[in-house]
Design a protein around this ligand. Structure first.
Ligand SMILES: C[S@@+](CC[C@H](N)C(=O)[O-])C[C@H]1O[C@@H](n2cnc3c(N)ncnc32)[C@H](O)[C@@H]1O
Length: 283
């Protein structure tokens, strides 16, 4: 189709198209759990062989990724209720259209990702005055420059941390805890078993082979996240919202379903103490 923008991504950056494709497939349903017309429009504007490269979007997977996005939306909305002029920093934001789902008309929004997805994002999405796009590796704390912590900061990492090594995740969490006193961080993880499957190059959900995900975490590992930095004052699970059908019924209840209790994707929220804490634990 003329006028469409070619997406020339592969490897981990290409996964920004995979998640967008599934969110849009969910959003076109009349009974969708995630209203997201901008995602639908975006897919129609990108010249990329979605179906050939990623297969048909399976409805269960589309709903699962939409419920994950909805879980993040809930955390962002709660943050903006508390800190309406705060800053949301979306690490590895790719082609996520969350800003247009949750914006309150006052928040600052910082999108951080690698060059490829952000070049596409800049061409296709209109970024207003309160939005900033920062080309930076999330592991490099340069993206923190210019972020005002005084009105509240929420760092989100949706679909990102599984692509990092465990030590890099710990360093990133520690850097956020140190830089944003009183702030919040929310991210999702895959299980240790799922991570091992991707490292063995097994096909992932929907039959598509996702890039290796070096870092996996089980629910039992969650409390160890506190060890990353003394300023981490709270670690909690964000349950998925309810959706449609069996998957939608189980989503918010997964923590108590024996087979799903340990081996499942998780969303975790960290809160950072208000006062800066030195790494020795002394105030
Ligand atoms: C699975 S996609 C998720 C995109 C978006 N957050 C979503 O949920 O649709 C992973 C994203 O993380 C980005 N990414 C991967 N490694 C990164 C890194 N080291 N620094 C910044 N972004 C990274 C990729 O370019 C891609 O946009």
């Amino acid at each position: 189709m003329p006028g469409r923008v070619t997406a020339d991504l592969d490897g981990v950056p290409e996964t920004a198209l995979w998640t967008l494709y599934h969110r849009a497939a969910e959003a076109v349903r009349p009974d969708t759990v995630l209203a997201d017309p901008r995602a639908v429009q975006l897919v129609s504007e990108i010249a990329f062989p979605f179906r050939e490269r990623m297969g048909a979007a399976r409805p269960w997977l589309a709903q699962a990724l939409a419920l994950r996005a909805l879980g993040f939306d809930g955390v962002v909305r709660a943050f903006l209720d508390d800190c309406p002029d705060g800053t949301v920093v979306a690490l590895g934001e790719g082609l996520e259209t969350q800003f247009w789902r949750v914006d309150n008309g006052r928040a600052q929004w910082v999108t951080v990702d690698l060059h490829g997805p952000l070049a596409l994002r800049r061409r296709l999405l209109p970024h207003g005055e309160r939005q900033r796009v920062v080309v930076c590796d999330a592991r490099d704390s340069q993206w923190m420059a210019g972020i005002d912590p005084s009105r509240g900061v929420l760092v989100t990492a949706q679909g990102l941390l599984m692509y990092l090594e465990a030590a890099q995740v710990t360093r990133l969490i520690a850097a956020c805890a140190g830089a944003f006193p009183g702030g919040t961080m929310v991210f999702d993880t895959v299980s240790r078993r799922f991570s091992a499957r991707t490292r063995a190059h097994a096909k992932g959900p929907g039959g598509h082979r996702l890039p290796p995900m070096p870092w996996g975490m089980d629910a039992a590992d969650r409390d160890h996240l506190r060890d990353a930095h003394p300023a981490i004052s709270e670690v909690s699970e964000v349950p998925l919202p309810a959706g449609r059908g069996v998957l939608g019924y189980l989503a918010p209840r997964a923590a108590v379903v024996p087979l799903l209790r340990t081996d499942r994707p998780l969303i975790t929220r960290l809160r950072f103490g208000a006062a800066p804490v030195s790494l020795t634990g002394q105030p």
